[in-house]
Design a protein around this ligand. Structure first.
Ligand code: KG4
Length: 494
């Protein structure tokens, strides 16, 4: 079957179909002959050795109106109407038509559903528009075809500029079609925060302000990349430091307005969860372990972009707790990384730490952390900590913190009969965690999805990847969308 422009020889068949199928069909042969040769009319037919359907559209400047569409009764529900509509829309786009309009009878639910499925929305209702003997209201419907067509073209050549500024890393990335990282640049503020022993929020905002223009200039200087080819702009909407989030958001909104492209707000934790998808596509249902500076969570993903938190830390996040212990051991910020570097793949004598008992799939770190603080204080009262003591404490804390996460994760996987495990977040850079989770998944024949080391800590590539998934499900955001320091992960995919 082909869809083609109508010719004079089709007129009789078109009229026969219209009279059989449509209630309000009044075209005469001379009308149709005129429409076929008139540039302000479009008449397409579906030709399957004989004419099985047609569409007739009238153009008036930026608007066009469908005055009839009909498919032979023995060929309905085969997608022929949609094919006619799509072919006509291609022509209307070339003719710079913006709105495609139509009226449909309230009682004609089949037609109403057809238009709704094809992206039309109801703009108004005209009571008793259709006269007796078939008195009925008219639903006036509209489809903004230019906007939708532009978005379709954009999606085919999707190039996302992603911006991350939730904490102490200013980061920009260019992600193509949700898979390919064209550029991924991170300006970490770690050195500047080190003198405060942790992240100083006001300084983080000021540094994002300084770093963003530098990173943008870098992207603009890339030889094989044309900044004007960006089709969408994504930014971290939350959770994170309020001031820091605002900087990334305002940069994103400015660039998206300037380039006149859609904007996507992304949940930072969804980014961490999906960082591993740059390695291989995920399978579902899956359990994700998010271990970062601000969060420790077990998240159930029944399907792509569906998040349900089934377990979490009742107090400190694992990264935060590691950072605090590291500070007591006089190790530099970020402490989790420093502990990992100190311990490496070595094993040291384990110190006795209290066992934590928390309900369900939740965990807790503050009790052990306080216990370790007292222990370190006691050791320090005897004199400076020896390297041996430091290593022993660091190794024991790292092991007990991570074992607690893994224990709950694998109990949940067993209970819920889930075979796909995802790891994400800054702490997923930890050597012991990566080794242990890999071994346990191998032993239990679970599929493990784990990000490459360079995508474990905050970066914008992961934000770009999630943005691509949100574009596919039409989850772009408005330009006045606020950032949110406590953005809820569970609403991300809804
Ligand atoms: O994910 P992230 O960059 O920031 C948040 O989104 O929260 O995580 C930062 C956390 C810090 O607490 C840092 O100490 C920890 O990740 N971290 C590590 C390692 N590298 C970073 N923890 C353990 N081992 C590492 N190798």
């Amino acid at each position: 079957m082909i869809i083609r422009l109508a010719e004079t020889k089709d007129v009789k068949s078109i009229i026969a179909i219209g009279q059989k199928v449509l209630l309000d069909f009044s075209f005469k042969e001379e009308d149709l002959n005129k429409y076929i040769s008139d540039p302000a009319h479009l008449v397409y037919v579906a030709d399957d050795k004989k004419i099985v359907g047609f569409i007739s559209i009238r153009i008036e400047g930026e608007d066009a109106e469908i005055d009839a569409i009909a498919i032979n009764s023995d060929r309905q529900h085969q997608g022929i109407g949609t094919q006619l509509l799509l072919e006509a829309i291609k022509d209307l786009v070339d003719k710079n038509v913006i709105n495609l309009l139509l009226d449909v009878r309230r009682k004609n639910m089949q037609a109403f559903r057809f238009y709704k499925k094809n992206g039309f929305t109801t703009t108004s209702i005209r009571p008793n528009y259709y006269p007796e003997p078939n008195l009925d209201d008219a639903f006036c419907m509209k489809k903004e075809i230019i906007k939708q067509e532009k978005e379709k073209v954009r999606r085919k050549n999707e190039i996302i500029l992603a911006i991350e500024s939730s904490c102490d890393e200013s980061a920009l990335a260019i992600v193509k079609n949700g898979k390919e990282i064209i550029a991924n640049t991170v300006d970490t503020q770690i050195k500047e925060h080190q003198k405060y022993g942790g992240v100083y929020p006001e300084l983080a905002s000021r540094l994002h302000l300084q770093n963003m223009p530098k990173l943008l200039k870098y992207l603009m200087s890339l030889k094989d990349f044309d900044f004007t080819t960006i089709t969408h702009v994504a930014f971290t909407q939350g959770p994170g430091l309020p001031g820091a989030l605002q900087i990334g958001s305002v940069v994103a909104k400015t660039i998206a307005s300037y380039l006149d492209v859609p904007l996507i707000g992304v949940n930072h934790l969804a980014g961490h969860i999906y960082a591993g998808e740059f390695v291989k596509p995920y399978s579902y249902p899956a359990l994700a372990l998010v271990a970062s500076g601000g969060n420790s969570e077990i998240v159930l993903l029944k399907e792509s972009m569906s998040f349900k938190i089934i377990g979490q830390s009742l107090d400190d996040a694992i990264g935060e707790a590691l950072d605090k212990v590291a500070r007591l051991l006089d190790l530099p910020y970020p402490g989790g990384k420093a502990i990992d570097e100190l311990v490496g793949n070595n094993e040291y004598p384990l110190i006795n730490l209290p066992k934590v008992n928390v309900d369900g799939y939740n965990f807790s770190y503050s009790g052990i952390k306080s216990h370790v603080a007292r222990l370190i204080e006691k050791e320090k009262s005897k004199g400076p900590l020896t390297d041996k003591t430091k290593c022993s404490i660091a190794y024991s804390v790292e092991k007990v913190f991570i074992d607690q996460l893994l224990e709950k994760l694998f109990i949940a996987a067993k209970d819920l009969k889930i075979k796909n495990i995802i790891l994400g977040g800054g702490v997923s850079a930890n050597s012991y965690l990566r080794k242990e989770i890999t071994n346990r998944c191998k032993a239990s024949r679970y599929n493990l999805f784990i990000p490459p080391l360079e995508l474990t800590t905050d970066n914008a590539a992961m934000i770009g990847l999630v943005a691509s998934k949100k574009i596919a499900i039409n989850r772009m955001c408005k330009f006045d969308t606020p950032t949110s320091a406590n953005l809820d992960l569970e609403i991300e995919g809804e």
